[in-house]
Write a protein that binds this ligand. Structure first.
Ligand code: SF4
Ligand code: SF4
Length: 338
């Protein structure tokens, strides 16, 4: 396995790490087999989140016993000091470990949210306290919005940044990655296969391996997937011309139907959270997390049937998504209770 330095943390992480979302949908026995196999194959970087329901607990079944072999990352959406201190304790309990290597502020979506976490009662203060107490070792941030991450990178408060990056979402390579490198932040690549939208995972991961990122973290829900993904980090084979052409075809096909969560379409005058609708639809269609996705979908304040087809969103989308039509289709899929 190729190991790369996680920026200023100094940790050496496997170039292929493991994202924790899919562990939610496997039983405990399968989760143990998956995580044990990952460690056996040299994968040492595991990323979970408070928001991924049972994911931390399932990682913990194995990682508490093989603690020295693992670098554990997790994250929370809490934005206050007190709130995140409680979340750190919950993570430690779920994972059954006495420290976490990397705790991240999860999905900081706007400059206002960034200001809040940086404030005197903000979550960053909580993480600094947790670090002083030895409960966590390093602090990072995750998100999808380039301008938020760009600002966060330059603050000097974070040691890592996690962002979506894949063959159809190349934006970060242009801005976030060089900036993160210049400030020596570790770079963690989420959504490496565009949430399952790129059908050939092998091509998608090998494409990313050529970039100077610290760890690429596909989700895995079977031992076979672990073996396939780990093999890419163990013996990297660059894409040949034919494979590059195939990937280009995929990118073209996904061009104006795949939401990159850049949020340029927002705000919608009707209050519809457009990127969230596409995100949950991805979980519904490609991640086999139908119940989980629909529960969150139906809990949203405003559903697509409130769309008045004003077209403002579509005119702002840099990728040309026909948003009103696409969200109406999503609503047909997920808008009715089963
Ligand atoms: S719909 Fe378009 S503008 Fe809106 S988040 Fe997705 S890609 Fe960005
Ligand atoms: S077309 Fe619909 S979703 Fe788009 S901005 Fe208008 S009301 Fe909102």
């Amino acid at each position: 396995m190729e190991y790369r330095v996680l920026g200023k943390t100094g940790l050496r992480v496997s170039s292929i790490g493991m994202g924790g979302i899919p562990l939610q949908r496997v039983d405990e026995g399968e989760a143990e087999r998956i995580v044990n196999t990952a460690l056996d194959q040299g994968i040492n970087f595991f990323d979970s989140a408070r928001g991924y329901t049972e994911s931390e607990a399932k990682f913990g079944l194995v990682l508490r016993k093989r603690r020295q072999e693992a670098i554990i990352a997790t994250k929370s959406m809490e934005r206050t000091k007190e709130g995140i201190l409680q979340e750190v304790n919950k993570s430690l309990k779920a994972l059954q470990v006495d420290y976490i290597d990397l705790y991240q502020l999860h999905n900081v979506k706007s400059l206002a949210a960034l200001d809040q976490v940086l404030g005197p009662n903000g979550a960053l203060r909580g993480l600094i306290q947790a670090k002083e107490q030895g409960k966590i070792r390093h602090i990072g941030i995750t998100g999808h919005v380039a301008e938020v991450l760009e600002k966060a990178i330059t603050l000097g408060e974070f040691e890592t940044v996690q962002f979506p990056f894949n063959a159809v979402e190349l934006g970060p390579t242009e801005k976030i990655l060089p900036l993160a490198q210049a400030h020596n932040l570790g770079t963690i690549v989420m959504k490496p296969v565009a949430g399952g939208a790129i059908p050939d995972k092998n091509l998608a991961l090998r494409f990313l391996m050529e970039y100077p990122v610290s760890s690429i973290i596909p989700g895995m829900d079977s031992v076979e997937q672990v073996l396939e993904n780990a093999a890419i980090g163990q013996k990297f084979v660059p894409l040949n011309d034919e494979e590059r052409r195939q990937l280009q075809e995929t990118i073209k096909d996904l061009g104006n139907t795949f939401c990159r969560r850049c949020e340029y379409c927002m705000p919608c005058p009707q209050g519809i959270n457009i990127p969230m609708i596409f995100l949950l639809d991805g979980y519904w269609q490609r991640y086999n997390l139908k119940e989980w996705a629909q529960e969150r979908y139906l809990a949203m304040e405003v559903l697509p049937d409130n769309c008045i087809e004003c077209g403002i969103c579509a005119s702002r989308c840099p990728y040309g998504l026909a948003i009103p039509e696409l969200i109406a289709k999503v609503n047909q899929r997920m808008g009715l209770r089963q």
